[in-house]
Design a protein around this ligand. Structure first.
Ligand code: ATP
Ligand code: MG
Length: 154
């Protein structure tokens, strides 16, 4: 991991919390666009580049799609999105209360998918890691999954 994720309870934390927001939406693929747009407007005061915006939007799409397809397996459920800006660093947390992941390290391997029949390519986590500065996954089978991602906006 290139960067340590910034956390509220981190006493080493030297950065200032500039802004934060939380949204909760239903697990539906059409809400992927809503989540992307909401975060894009939230970070507008940082004047992100088109490339930064594209990277962040892609990472959000991958994480939200995973909640819909894998977490809730297309059944109803809530997706929680938290965003915080620490100085010029965006910390995003995307959480579902779905089926969870048994082996997180394996799930994060490139080209690993449990849904090949849906023609998933198993690259979602790899994209998140490529487009963000840091990605952490917390999950427990039957409890749900949280993906925390961080990116500095230069
Ligand atoms: P792709 O993202 O390329 O369409 P994928 O979703 O299978 O394919 P990843 O996004 O890298 O690939 O996820 C890898 C695996 O991790 C998934 O196949 C699934 O088993 C598991 N996984 C990912 N997110 C979740 C989640 N929110 N809840 C439960 N399992 C998940
Ligand atoms: Mg995926």
């Amino acid at each position: 991991m290139d960067q340590e994720i910034l956390r509220e309870n981190d006493t080493e934390q030297k950065k200032r919390l500039v802004n934060e927001m939380q949204i909760v939406f239903e697990s539906k693929s059409e809400n992927e666009g809503f989540a992307r747009t909401a975060v894009a407007s939230f970070i507008m005061p940082l004047d992100p580049t088109i490339d930064d915006l594209a990277d962040i939007k892609t990472a959000i799409s991958e994480a939200v799609t995973n909640c819909v397809i894998h977490g809730y397996e297309m059944r109803p459920g809530k997706i929680f999105l938290d965003a915080a800006i620490w100085d010029r660093t965006l910390v995003l947390s995307i959480t579902d209360e779905g089926r969870g992941i048994a082996d997180i390290a394996k799930a994060m391997e490139p080209m690993y998918t449990t849904k090949p029949e849906l023609e998933r390519s198993g690259m979602g986590f790899s994209f998140m890691e490529a487009f963000m500065d840091a990605v952490e996954v917390e999950s427990a089978p039957g409890r749900g999954t949280r993906v925390i991602m961080q990116k500095a906006i230069r």
